[in-house]
Design a protein around this ligand. Structure first.
Ligand SMILES: Nc1ncnc2c1ncn2[C@@H]1O[C@H](COP(=O)(O)OP(=O)(O)OP(=O)(O)O)[C@@H](O)[C@H]1O
Ligand SMILES: [Mg+2]
Length: 340
């Protein structure tokens, strides 16, 4: 019997869901390779721990960038290794539902399908990330009712108004978690003449990151190199300082949400007025982003429960549509597709 899997191939993290087991993989989308023979040294969390600490004989990389594959072979190797740990080869080649950002090209979609197919999956169906996020957040996407979902990931922020299992209006922008980390690195360099790594910046963001002052208190010690002396250095970053590097990104997300609201057809905007906006994705946990959106739109804004898991859970729910791909049945429009 074939086993079906759901895969959220994210820029920051890869998650795999099995229908009877739940989320079985939730690891950084990182792979470390041996530069001498191209062998795989580590994937996931183990590879993430090597970031910025590798010797000249190895390289640890994120093979996705801005929601799209930047190194095809490495993505294939990473998924293949992650799948091997959870899917027994005796079960046969499974089918998969995987998500893609809402505004990528057909070529980029094909690369996702081929990389997952190359990792041993017999059939790959795609679902747009905000649709999967909405399903995973518990929204009934098939009703003729508008829902507004904003998924703030590592590589992209995907925003969409969804109705009748499809997207009415959407945007996908690169202002998301990774750019926040880059802005923190630039801020620390500017303010303290200190160079820090991406992991340190991300940890600081997760511990004390906020986009509205006063919401988070305390400090977080970051360590790096003083750019003037060249010596090791540390600084205790205050939570309120984080507003400076992060606020512009948050404002861009807010203004894109406002643009979408302006483009949304009147019947759907009425539904959104009642239900508000749902936030998903790891980045939606940044303190104050919901407040900023609420103030700018005057709508109710809710951060979904376990927001970073919504997309893979939604992909998991969409597995049931694989058998109905070509049937125009009365169950409504199919949110997944195998045509690219
Ligand atoms: N508590 C937190 N506060 C702020 N940011 C967080 C928090 N937890 C995780 N993040 C950020 O969320 C991002 C990862 O979110 P997620 O796992 O949804 O992304 P992804 O699916 O891999 O990326 P994408 O969908 O863009 O391809 C990272 O940038 C991470 O630093
Ligand atoms: Mg994602």
């Amino acid at each position: 019997m074939a086993l079906d899997v759901a895969i959220d191939l994210g820029t920051s993290r890869t998650r795999i869901f099995l229908p009877n087991k739940g989320i079985v993989v939730d690891e950084p989308s990182v792979i470390t390779i041996d530069l001498d023979n191209d062998g795989i040294l580590a994937v996931g969390q183990e590879a993430y721990m090597m970031l910025g600490r590798t010797s000249s004989k190895m390289d640890a990389v994120f093979p996705l960038n801005g929601g799209v594959i930047s190194d095809f072979g490495l993505v294939e190797a990473m998924i293949s290794t992650m799948l091997k740990g959870v899917v027994s080869s005796k079960i046969g080649m499974p089918r998969a539902v995987a998500c893609v950002p809402s505004e990528i090209t057909e070529v980029e979609k094909r690369a996702v399908v081929n990389a997952i197919g190359g990792a041993g999956i017999r059939k790959v169906c795609l679902i747009e990330e905000p649709v999967a996020a909405a399903m995973g957040a518990g929204i009934n996407i098939s009703s003729p009712h508008g829902s507004f979902v904003v998924d703030i990931g590592g590589g992209t922020t995907d925003m969409a108004v969804i109705s009748l299992s499809g997207i009415a209006v959407s945007r996908s922008i690169k202002q998301a978690g990774n750019i926040m980390d880059e802005e923190i690195i630039k801020y620390v360099k500017r303010k303290y003449n200190m160079l820090i790594g991406k992991r340190t910046a991300e940890e600081a963001k997760m511990k004390i990151g906020c986009v509205v002052p006063g919401l988070v208190s305390g400090t977080y010690r970051i360590k790096g190199r003083n750019l003037i002396t060249g010596m090791p250095a540390w600084v205790d970053l205050k939570a309120n300082e984080m507003v400076e590097p992060l606020r512009e990104i948050a404002n861009t997300i807010v203004s894109q949400i406002q643009d979408i609201l302006e483009e949304t057809p009147p019947e759907l905007i009425g539904d959104i007025y009642t239900d508000g906006i749902v936030l998903t994705g790891g980045g939606s946990q940044i303190a104050g982003i919901d407040t900023l959106i609420r103030i700018a739109t005057e709508l109710k804004v809710t951060v979904a429960e376990n927001p970073a898991d919504c997309v893979v859970l939604g992909c998991g729910q969409a597995i049931k549509f694989i058998d109905n791909l070509n049937k125009a049945d009365r169950g409504g429009i199919n949110p997944i597709s195998d045509h690219f």
